[in-house]
Design a protein around this ligand. Structure first.
Ligand code: MN
Length: 257
């Protein structure tokens, strides 16, 4: 059991977690399933898709996403063809997006080409749901979304968004959702931006194992902490926040699940 049980974990939502990067991936998927946390298992390369998809299909609460992470594009841009090959099998897409941070800036042109291709393929296919990375590149990501993925052709969840309040407003106008994690609250500067996001566009995430909860790697049940923080921020009971997030997930996913 987890070390926090302030609220029940069942029906919580972790919309961005790298389950396949934990030491014992199948065990982590089983733990998540048992806890009843609706979890999107994102991938960083399309090579990880078949196994993630196969394992997730055996669960009620976990779904796999087909990704090509912007931080890997420098070495793996050619994997876009493999990504395209798997696209018809995938409803969820990610992790995809752009990263203009100092370590990845060199590949930004290649990242933009890959991301444009991802969005165009998703628009052609229709009805995909994307989890999108936008480190130091919010404006360019939003420009790409506006240009290549019309709102009626796919849905976008901005993961670990750190843009300005105005950029959040623009993203809301484009129809985007936001998946919020606990680390986003560490920087007080972000609180007004998070608060400005209409609660009916909010999902929760851990981005585990890339985030810490105390002195260990975060895992999906830790989204309970995000729900509490959102409750404090909006001055709402945690139960109301978790019910809203679950309802948002249902609206996002629609009838297909
Ligand atoms: Mn991630």
């Amino acid at each position: 059991m987890g070390d926090r049980d302030l609220i029940a974990t069942a029906d919580l939502v972790d919309f961005h977690c790298h389950l396949d990067l934990y030491p014992d991936y199948p065990a982590m998927m089983q733990e998540t399933e048992k806890a009843g946390i609706f979890t999107l298992a994102v991938t960083t390369t399309p090579q990880a898709w078949p196994r993630n998809h196969e394992l997730a299909q055996r669960t009620k609460h976990v779904r796999a996403a087909l990704g090509l992470h912007p931080q890997l594009v420098a070495d793996r841009a050619s994997e876009i063809s493999l990504w395209e090959r798997y696209l018809p099998e995938a409803r969820y897409i990610g992790e995809v997006g752009l990263d203009a941070g100092p370590r990845f800036f060199k590949s930004l042109d290649a990242q933009k080409r890959v991301f444009q291709r991802v969005l165009q393929c998703c628009a052609d296919a229709g009805d995909k749901i994307l989890t999108v990375h936008s480190v130091r590149s919010v404006k360019t990501v939003l420009d790409h979304l506006e240009a290549f993925l019309p709102a009626d052709k796919g849905k976008v969840v901005l993961h670990w968004f750190t843009g300005t309040k105005n950029e959040a407003k623009r993203a809301l106008e484009l129809g985007c959702y936001f998946s919020i994690n606990a680390a986003m609250f560490h920087n007080e500067r972000h609180a007004p931006m998070i608060q400005s996001i209409s609660l009916d566009r909010v999902l929760t995430e851990t981005d585990g194992p890339f985030t810490q909860t105390g002195d260990r790697q975060s895992k999906p049940s830790d989204v309970a902490i995000v729900v509490e923080k959102l409750g404090h921020l909006h001055q709402l009971p945690t139960e109301q926040v978790s019910a809203t997030v679950l309802n948002n997930l249902r609206n996002l996913v629609g009838s297909q699940g």
